[in-house]
Design a binder for this molecule. Sequence first.
Ligand SMILES: Cc1ncc(COP(=O)(O)O)c(C=O)c1O
Length: 372
Amino acid sequence: MNDFRRQWEDVREDALRVFESVGRSGWYILGERVRRFETNLSAFWGLGETVGVASGLDAIEIALRAAGMRPGDRVLTTPLSAFATSLAIVRSGGIPVFCDTTEIGLIDLDEARAALRAMPGIRFFVPVHLYGFPLDAIALRGLIDEFNLICVEDCAQSIGAADGGQATGLTGLAAATSFYPTKNLGAMGDGGAVLTADAGLAEKMRSLRDYGQTAKYRHSEIGWNSRLDELHAALLDEVFLPRLTGWNERRREIAARYVERWSSTRVRPLAVEPWGSGEWRPSWHLFPAIVPAGDKLSLLQWLHGKGISAGEHYPILIPDQAGMQGANSVSFGSLNQARSLAAGEVSLPIHPYMSDADVDHVIAAVDAWPQR
Ligand SMILES: Cc1ncc(COP(=O)(O)O)c(C=O)c1O
């Protein structure tokens, strides 16, 4: 799904220079490099404040806590995502309220409206721009305004994605993202950030990531140790962020090639339209495809046999995970659409170091998948 060896060949010189320079600086935690990266990521994203943290999971949790979520608060979210989306809610005592997705795997905002009407009093909302597919920014704005929601957008997969010219993460109160290595902007280890236009919220999050400190050894809250380190900040800032736009463009080219050359009728790309209008610009974190119910394992095994590392995002809905059974959560409605995606989605490889020949190899392998 990624080719970190090819990536290393590309970034090696720049990365070694960064190691040398951070080593020489003698400063490893919360210093100038973190500040510089935060400034540059803010400029890239168009959100005034960035707070670097230790992971995407922490980014969501710290944003929710800083925004006022307390134990027992219900948080509307999607059942189809990385487990971390709900784990962030549960770890701070929140109660996820799951509502169904659309056909392309994004939380269904009409279902969300129905859930909010049926369960008055829900104040928090964590939608996910899954696969790098941006949610409809106008519809999202409408829902937030109608119910006065505090919204933390999970942008772990959507850095660089936009709908109608608006980047994901600009509609809600805060955008949480991850620098896990496989992400579009991945580090060489764990990392994450919260971005917001609200300077007061950012200040609170800077305190929360550092034991709730407001000044040295002065703790005003129960916080975390969730600090982005200098080395990662410098790598992200000087090596990876300058390449991100080009990487995302390459992902778009690959997605376009998949769609243009597609011929299989048993397997179909999950999202083709409205892509192409130019208004909907996914970051193509993943290239999800759909297979008939019951055929997923067979396609995965076939592709693996051809040396193609296809994946599943995600095979089990969050409320169905064993780890959630002891946690408080609410499912609104059947979640049937999300469940059918969990049963039939296969992610094909897409990453910036894939060649056109690699893409054609995957398409040919899908075409050659034998009938049962
Ligand atoms: C949608 C989504 N949310 C949250 C996360 C959590 O990020 P991290 O792995 O950095 O904690 C991830 C990454 O795995 C993700 O894909």
